[in-house]
Design a protein around this ligand. Structure first.
Ligand code: ZN
Length: 491
């Protein structure tokens, strides 16, 4: 067998001011054929797992390009078209193939392309014809469109959020692909539209039990090849935004449809109960200052560069300054211009500085003050599990007793080493403010006396009922109270 594989992925927050061009892909991952490293990034496990499977089966794996850009805003039209055409040309050159196994994110939006993955997959199908297996692993924070469903044999999504299972799901993808190519199964997709949009962390209930349940179903019933919850991505203003339930059966479409509907309606019944309880910046700062054990971690959860925002909001910092908080550190506020000014001034200098909140409305106001430059680090990195996450040239400044880390490469706050590399001992602070929605938890929970989830300002469109969508559906929950009742009432 000859299998073609490639990766083209990013997550587009269409409300983000940070646009994505070819340099953004090259800064995150751009690997020409055969050059992908041994360890996968979020969306490229189909390549690394595929190498192992192909070696075991004695099959030929033809690698195309792998490209991934960190989540941000709209993708430049030329950048998308060039990367797409580069991979399609590689596929044409690889023909004939028996299968195409891809890694995509599923929430990429390019200038002129609301459904980039639908466009890409339709072109892949045109090249290989109707009878060749095409399958994809995707991130659940994505849009499941009719165009994509029409173009592929089956899709497999990560089940966990945080996405700790992207390698496991690539194993599922390849196992089903091998069984299909060897004639043991015939994958058929059944989809239920939950007519809602929500956030589904699997590190807490009720989503933890839901994911455990669907995994047990996959295990127990050989008709069921794969069950995925497509969470949807509320920061993508596209016509097919929303939560969907996908069941892939071994050619049992009626059974798949019934199960997709049952599971989808179960999720719908629990709408609004999945996300962690949140408080505003006034309550968060008051509770943190009143705490009796430390450090209290305030997660500024919506100004998370991992969700495509700039990461430069100052709403929580302003509240801390207004309340006269001390023994407090903030990591990070993205401001490359301010970092450049600090670098020029040098360690130990005291300078007037304006920083933060320059990217977008809803992020607070720039902070002005006489700051002391405590420490400067070029090409700073924090730990992230077994690897490192860069946050660029960085400046540790002090303003009114608050330690602030300014950075020049957008990065979410994965790990407390973010503070220690800048000369701040995070365990000696009373309050730590970080920018991350969920990925910070594993490392920061080890040092935190308490974690407060703070929704401050509107750096991210986190309330779909109020988000000024232009393209997304307005007849789903929470925009309307019960879309299923309305829909079935009319029918
Ligand atoms: Zn995701």
């Amino acid at each position: 067998m000859r299998i073609f594989t490639a990766v083209l992925a990013t997550e587009t927050n269409t409300f983000s001011p940070i646009c994505v061009d070819r340099r953004a892909f090259e800064a995150s991952l751009y690997a020409p054929p055969g050059m992908h490293p041994e360890t996968p990034t979020l969306c490229s496990a189909p390549i690394t797992v595929g190498r192992r499977v192909a070696a075991e089966k004695g099959w030929e794996l033809i690698e195309g390009t792998a490209a991934w850009a960190d989540p941000a805003g709209l993708v430049n039209r030329r950048t998308y078209e060039d990367l797409r055409d580069e991979i399609l040309d590689q596929l044409r050159a690889a023909l004939p193939v028996d299968g195409v196994v891809l890694g995509l994110h599923g929430a990429m939006v390019a200038d002129g392309y609301e459904d980039t993955e639908g466009d890409f997959l339709t072109r892949v199908r045109e090249i290989v014809g109707p009878d060749i297996l095409v399958c994809v692993e995707l991130d659940p924070h994505s849009h499941l469109t009719k165009k994509r469903l029409a173009a592929v044999d089956f899709l497999v999504y990560f089940k966990e959020f945080p996405h700790t299972d992207f390698v496991d799901r690539a194993e599922d993808l390849w196992r089903i692909a091998v069984d299909t190519l060897e004639g043991r199964v015939k994958p058929v997709m059944s989809v239920f539209d939950c007519r809602m949009i929500d956030v589904f962390p699997t590190s807490r209930e009720p989503m933890r039990s839901f994911v455990d349940k669907i995994m047990a179903m996959e295990e127990a019933d050989e008709d069921i090849l794969s069950i995925s919850v497509i969470h949807g991505f509320m920061a993508g203003d596209v016509p097919e935004m929303g939560t969907k339930l996908l069941v892939v059966t071994d050619n049992k479409p009626d059974k798949g449809s019934a199960l997709a509907r049952d599971l989808g309606l179960e999720l719908f019944a629990k709408r609004g109960t999945f996300i962690m309880p949140q408080i505003d910046e006034k309550q968060a700062v008051a509770e943190a200052m009143a705490a009796s054990s430390w450090p209290v971690v305030i997660a500024d959860l919506w100004d998370n560069p991992g969700g495509g925002t700039a990461g430069d909001a100052t709403v929580v910092l302003q509240e801390l300054l207004d309340r006269g908080a001390r023994d407090t550190a903030i990591g990070t506020i993205w401001d490359p211009m301010a970092v450049q000014i600090c670098m020029a001034a040098g360690e130990g200098a005291e300078i007037p500085l304006r920083f933060g909140a320059k990217s977008a409305p809803g992020t607070g106001h720039p902070i002005d003050g006489i700051v002391k430059i405590v420490r400067l680090v070029a090409n700073a990195e924090m730990r992230f599990g077994e690897s490192f996450a860069p946050f660029g040239d960085a400046a540790h400044i002090e303003l009114d007793g608050i330690d602030i880390i300014l950075n020049s490469t957008r990065a979410q706050s994965f790990d407390p080493t973010l503070f220690s590399v800048m000369g701040i001992d995070p365990t000696q602070k009373k309050i730590l403010v970080i920018k991350s929605t969920n990925h910070f938890y594993a490392s920061f929970s080890k040092i935190a006396s308490e974690i407060l989830y703070c929704s401050a300002g509107t750096p991210y469109p986190n309330n779909p009922a109020r988000t000024p969508y232009r393209r997304a559906p307005r007849d789903i929950w929470p925009m309307v109270a019960d879309p299923h009742a309305a829909k079935e009432g009319v029918a």
